[in-house]
Design a protein around this ligand. Sequence first.
Ligand SMILES: NC(=O)C1=CN([C@@H]2O[C@H](COP(=O)(O)OP(=O)(O)OC[C@H]3O[C@@H](n4cnc5c(N)ncnc54)[C@H](OP(=O)(O)O)[C@@H]3O)[C@@H](O)[C@H]2O)[C@@H](O)CC1
Ligand SMILES: [K+]
Length: 384
Amino acid sequence: MWSLVRKGRTTTMTCLLFTQSLLLTSNSLSLISKPSLSSLQPHHLPISNLSSAFFLNPIASSSISAFCSKPGRAESVPSMQSPESISYLTQREAAEIDETLMGPLGFSVDQLMELAGLSVAASIAEVYKSSEYSRVLAICGPGNNGGDGLVAARHLFHFGYKPVICYPKRTPKPLYSGLVTQLESLSVPFISVEDLPLDLSGEFDIIVDAMFGFSYHGSPRPPFDGLIQMLISSRNYDQTRHKSSVVVSVDIPSGWHVEGGDVGGEGIRPDMLVSLTAPKLCAKKFSGPHHFLGGRFVPPSIAEKYKLRLPSYPGTSMCVRIGKPQKIDVSALRENYISPEFLEEQVDSNPIDQFRKWFDEAVTAGLREPNAMALSTAGKNGKP
Ligand SMILES: NC(=O)C1=CN([C@@H]2O[C@H](COP(=O)(O)OP(=O)(O)OC[C@H]3O[C@@H](n4cnc5c(N)ncnc54)[C@H](OP(=O)(O)O)[C@@H]3O)[C@@H](O)[C@H]2O)[C@@H](O)CC1
Ligand SMILES: [K+]
C-alpha cells in the first residue's frame, strides 16, 4: 500500500491494483471492465494512451492511497470437482489400468512413478507451504506406493522442504535402489523405525504416508502395523501443546481397505489424500480437508475403455483438487496493509511515470495479473 497525505486539502485519489479484473473509473471518466489492459479493444484506452486526466495530478491532490494484494498469494487454485461426477476404481480396475499402461501402452514403471511422485509433491506444495511445513517424514512401503513416496520426497527437497525418509523394507530392484541413491546424493537422511521419535508431531510438520497403495490386502504386518499406529497417535496428539503434524496419504490411506475404506473405524485419518490416476473406491470415505488427484498421464483410450470421468487439470498443473472445496478461515484471509507513509513530494509529477513505477513494483512483488487494475478518483469535495 502506498499512501500520500498532504494536510489541508480535501481531494482524494485511490488507486487499486487487483489480481483479477480491470475496472477504471473516475468522476466522469469512462468505465472499462474486463479484459486486462494489455488486451483492450480499440474503443478502450490502451495503457500507453491513458491521459493524465485519469490520474489525479499529485500536485493537485492531497491524498493518494494504493492497495495491492499481498505478494506470495499467487497460489494457483486448481479447479474443484464434485465427487459425484468423478469415477472411482475398484482394486481390480486399478491393477488392470496399471498393467495396460505398462504393457500395450508402452509406459515404464519409472516414468509413471516419477509423474505420480511429482504429483504428490505438487499437491503438498499447493496446500502446505514450505515456509510453515518444512519438516517432512516420508514413510515408504515395499511396493510402488513406497516408490511414489521416495520420488515425492526428492521433489519436495527441490521445492525447499526438508524430507527425512523411513524406508524399512527396501526392495532390491534397480528402480528402488536408484531412488535411494538419488536421495542420498542430496543428503536426505534415512531413519530406521527404531530411531523414529515417539512423538512424530514434535519432529515433523508433514508425514507422507506412502506405505501401501492399491495392492494392499489383509491386515498390516510388522513393522507397518506399528507405523500406522504411530500415525494414528500423531493425529490424536494433544493439540493444545503442539500443532499436530499433517498426514498426507499417497493413493490410499495405508491400512484402509482399497474399496471399503477404514472398515474398522480405527485407521488413519489423513488430512490430505492424493489419489493417483483415478481415485479408488475407498476415497469416497475420505473426509479430510484436501483431496487431490495426480498422475496426469491417463491417455484417452484408457479413459474411454474404463469410462473414466476425470477432472481436467488446470493449466500445466500436475494435480487438481477434487471433492469439496477447501474450507477457508475467513479471518485468516485478512491482511494488514501497512506501509510507510509516502509524501506528495515523493510522487512523480508525471502521473504516467508514477503509474509505471507502481506497475513495476507490482510486477516485482510477484502479483498475479499485475496488469489488471482499477482506478478511482475523487473530486475536490472529496466525493467520488
Ligand atoms: N498407474 C498406476 O496405477 C500407478 C500406480 N502407482 C502406485 O503404485 C501403487 C500400487 O503399487 P503396488 O502394486 O506395487 O502395490 P503397493 O500397494 O504399493 O504395495 C504392495 C506391497 O505391499 C505389501 N503388502 C500388501 N499388503 C500388505 C500387508 N497387509 N502388510 C504388509 N505388507 C503388505 C506387498 O507384499 P506382499 O503382500 O505381496 O508380500 C507388496 O510388497 C499405487 O497405489 C500407486 O501408489 C504409481 O507409482 C504409478 C502409476
Ligand atoms: K499410502
